[in-house]
Write a protein that binds this ligand. Structure first.
Ligand SMILES: N[C@@H](CCC(=O)N[C@@H](CS)C(=O)NCC(=O)O)C(=O)O
Length: 215
């Protein structure tokens, strides 16, 4: 049995749920929350030694790090969202890395400071410098993704790949974090197409609904 662990508050968890739904994998979702201490049990620490989400168990095989899990799921299903041809796969990996480090990295700095710190009364001060840094990252890196989507139907070219799921999940916190994406019309169009897909609706209508449920 395939089990995906992690709260739907985590966009990295949702990335894997979108992928598993798209591929049509039979899986169980166990929505453990780090904020409730549910990822610090001895059982879970055997799956993820740092007590983070997401993590996955496939029968007797455990894995953590969301992109490693994403690649495992797609490869297991031999899905075209992770092409086997060397150069096609390298291009998908390139965009997955770019999106994860720069776009997700920027968005999470903003989301953490604007939403998570006040919402969960975290024992840290809102860090304006980190928030502004996140916005600067988005200002620097989103135009590059916009340029790619102005020329191609998908992030890594003309077909749906892991890079689309990585970007979709990375951008999910935008509304909740008041990050305006209107300056990026091709990205906005791509995003509404992706959010209209059944793999997304099987998780939620909008990610902001998940955040609002905690308000
Ligand atoms: N690079 C990791 C990041 C994992 C991560 O930091 N997850 C967050 C939630 S999105 C978490 O578990 N935070 C709680 C903690 O650090 O204890 C991945 O992509 O899986």
């Amino acid at each position: 049995m395939l089990i995906l662990y992690g709260s739907p508050f985590s966009s990295r968890v949702n990335k894997l749920r979108y992928i598993a739904n798209h591929i049509g994998l039979d899986y169980e979702h166990v929505p453990l929350s780090p904020l409730k201490g549910e990822t610090r049990t001895p059982e879970y620490l055997r799956i993820h030694p740092a007590g983070k989400i997401p993590a996955m168990v496939d029968d007797d095989f455990a894995l953590f790090e969301s992109m490693a899990i994403a690649r495992y799921l797609a490869s297991k299903a031999r899905s075209p969202i992770y092409p086997e041809e060397l150069r096609a796969r390298a291009i998908v990996d390139q965009w997955c890395e770019f999106v994860t480090h720069h776009v997700e990295g920027g968005m999470l700095k903003v989301f953490f400071n604007r939403v998570m710190v006040p919402l969960f009364k975290l024992p840290v001060e809102m860090d304006t410098r980190s928030e502004q840094d996140g916005l600067a990252w988005l200002d620097r890196y989103l135009p590059i993704v916009e340029g790619q989507l102005a020329e191609h139907a998908h992030v890594a070219g003309e077909t749906l790949t892991l890079a689309d799921f990585a970007l979709l999940a990375a951008l999910d916190p935008a509304e909740a974090a008041s990050v305006d994406l209107a300056a990026y019309p091709s990205l906005t169009d791509w995003r509404s197409r992706m959010r209209g897909e059944s793999f997304y609706a099987a998780c939620h209508a909008r990610y902001s609904d998940i955040v609002d449920a905690f308000r």
